[in-house]
Write a protein that binds this ligand. Structure first.
Ligand code: SN0
Length: 310
């Protein structure tokens, strides 16, 4: 594994990495993190990421310090700008200073949704990584959520016993404009693991080419769901009309009728899920639902990544 955990590109062999992460899940705990400190920096809300990463770090012996950025100085990302407005500290100064205290740094920073080019350059975490003397973990940046995707693929490997599963990524309605990060990373990691994904969504919700390449878009939802073995559901806002909500069409809510189109597919979602909007209670709570298995694997994916970086 490379110096940082930012995307699937930081892992040499993704299928092997998934297998090793699963072995590590059931192996006796080793205190490889003793005497080391993880600093977690949050620009946005978190439940699973915050708890699973902190508990994973503590389990292998690390100390953990978490800061919510609202409690700290606002960071400047541009080089050479005169900092006469709200930003107080340049990200490169923060990265260099934190790197003298911490052994690993983990960052969550969602997209701003005002400037697609800036969001897709993933400026905050990339600038931070460039200046950080210590490894950086992506805890969901503007465009990627690799810890989630690793846990998702571990879950598929463990629970979906079909040789070459048909995996569907389905858009679902939402009341808020959500990031594309979870969907982008799911496609990226599935591709690296050798799975082609059938992506289904209303017109206008096409994901960025760099993530959709190697996968297939099927606008006909029934055709997409037919014989599926895995249905991964997620809302995302439009990439084309960047950050917009183009549809709140509840025909796209996942119901037991939708699931009946599949080959008794596993239902997956990264959580938090808006119940009876994204999917109905009886789907979320069905025997085919893997949502808690995915969430549990967040602990093991984080522990495996931390161990590798140490
Ligand atoms: C985030 C997202 O990227 O979609 C985090 C998912 C792991 N989800 C939300 O922000 C949900 C917010 C809401 O209002 O439901």
């Amino acid at each position: 594994m490379k110096h940082n955990f930012y995307s699937s590109e930081d892992v040499e062999n993704v299928p092997e990495f998934i297998e090793e992460a699963l072995k590590y899940k059931y192996a006796p705990v080793q205190l490889v993190g003793t005497g080391k400190t993880l600093v977690m920096i949050f620009f946005n809300s978190s439940l699973r990421t915050r708890l699973s990463t902190e508990i994973a770090a503590r389990k292998i012996g690390m100390e953990v310090i978490t800061i919510n950025i609202n409690d700290a100085w606002q960071w400047e990302l541009e080089d050479g700008s005169a900092m006469v407005f709200d930003t107080v500290e340049h990200v490169k100064d923060a990265a260099k200073v934190i790197g003298t205290y911490a052994d690993i740094v983990a960052i969550r920073a969602f997209p701003g949704f005002t400037d697609r080019t800036a969001d897709y350059a993933d400026k905050l975490i990339n600038t931070y990584m460039r200046h950080s003397p210590v490894p950086v973990i992506n805890m969901e940046s503007a465009i990627r959520h690799p810890l989630q995707s690793l846990a998702d693929l571990m879950t598929i490997r463990e629970h979906v016993k079909v040789e070459n599963p048909k995996i569907v990524l389905s858009w679902a309605p939402h009341v808020k404009a959500l990031p594309q990060a979870v969907s982008n990373s799911f496609l990226e990691w599935c591709g690296a693991a050798g799975h082609e994904v059938i992506v289904t969504h209303p017109k206008g919700y096409e994901l960025a080419k760099e993530f959709i390449d190697g996968h297939r878009v099927e606008y006909d939802r029934e055709a997409a769901f037919a014989d599926a073995d895995v249905v991964y559901v997620k809302n995302w806002s439009s990439y084309k009309q960047y950050g917009s909500i183009l549809s709140k069409n509840t025909d796209w809510t996942i119901t037991d009728q939708t699931m009946k189109l599949t080959n008794n597919a596993a239902f997956m979602h990264c959580l938090p899920i808006r119940r009876n909007l994204v999917a109905m209670d009886n789907v979320i709570d069905s025997n085919s639902s893997l949502i808690y298995e995915q969430a549990e694997n967040r602990l093991h994916s984080a522990a495996f990544v931390l161990k590798n970086l140490i």
